[in-house]
Design a binder for this molecule. Sequence first.
Ligand code: BG6
Length: 502
Amino acid sequence: MNACKRPEEESRPVIDLALFGALGDLSLRKLYPALYHLDREELLHDDTRVLGLARQDTSVDAFRQRVAETLQTYVKASELDRDAVNRFTARLDYLQLDFATPEGYRAIAEWRTAVRHDTGGCPLMVYLAVPASLYGDICRNLKTGGCLDDLSRVVVEKPIGYDFESSCEINDAIGEVFPESRIYRIDHYLGKETVQNLIALRFANPLFGTQWNQNHISHVEITVAERVGIEGRWGYFDRAGQLRDMVQNHLLQLVCLIAMDPPANLDADAIRDEKVKILKALQPFSDSRLNRDVVRGQYIAGTIKGKSVPGYLEEDGANRDSDTETFVAMKTSVANWRWAGVPFYLRTGKRMPEKLSQIVIHFRQQPHYIFDPDQRNLAANKLIIRLQPDEGIALEVLTKDSGLDRGMRLRRGPLHLDFSSAFPQERIPDAYERLLLEVMKGRQYLFVRRDEVEHAWHWCDSLIAAWRDMGEPPRRYPAGSWGPVASIAMITQDGRSWYEDY
Ligand code: BG6
């Protein structure tokens, strides 16, 4: 190692990464591919090492082989290069460990001593890709095993709990060992390129800065639709449901980024303080409007892209009596000066016709309208922020329809920024790549603070309690549709419709 560091070395800190759940689904599908891409793009320091930890008895060679195979599956062939795969897998070690028993943890400290860094000591990054019920034990055992120091940090995945109370227990257990400044709670939506772009779009463009409030915006729409069903995750999903699985975290984070006031700077706490204000201002649902403003759905058998798929209750391993929702639509609001009177329509579901995550900001109409009365309902701008697929931003504007015989007929058209065609040479990184890199650099602004998690649970818990009191089963919708008819009625009763230019 050069005595004199190149400037880019600072942005590639040396890290010892201890990955718990090293043979689990998240690690195989997301974390190794993300680390591989970071390595291939020379964003991992040469001395960074990864210790895979799992219960299985396997050798280091077999573990490296397993990771190489998973890269074949989850990395595009055009992005797989043999040298990069070999370089990446050479960073990997493996340790068989029973996570619940403290005795084995000394071996982690020993591994760190054995892996010699020319640069001296480096932070330990602990990634818990395991169920949240194990977080407390693992953190305590790391401490008693002498594995931690003042630079060690921990990364945890959602779901953090099942409700407010259980999330407090989990956060308390982690907090006994790690201070908040070294806890990284992942919501992978915050790592998505376009979600990051929301911050740039809102706070770097004066055009939007002045328009971003109830004077100019009539309503906001967020759709997070998935084509997949439960994908073998029955045990988890049937207890959680779509509200806990998607709304409590991903959709509420999107609401926060859309609705928050400009932070004083880009520091983690400046951003998170503003997000918390939004979570606190989210309105609870009144009992009298619950049936009109919230729709729960569960898919029945249907067809997606010409292929028949079973209903939720017919999936492998299904609990045939389940009332768990696989779809939620709701009309909610943020009670503050900026957003008074602006509905936020949210919907998310499994087994929908498309995989689509999109935010649509509907601007208000002109105060006085002078064009063809027939076209009146065309006359408003929309800002469409597409998170996936085909990441991009479009501003729908009205222009004159061309042609001599059209008079002043209006035409709707997008001013379009499609990231993959605008920046064709740039690969859009997966959310986990960015998030892993940010943890390595010790930057927390893309991670969720404890109070955010708790306020989000608080709001969801009140909705779940109201559902329980109401006692109605979810409405059925055929797989391959956009959800129960009631979710369409929910928005049309306000004289609006879900944006449909998919
Ligand atoms: C996860 C949920 O957090 O997000 C899954 O647990 C869901 O149920 C997934 O499928 C969706 O993520 P993405 O990035 O594919 O939209």
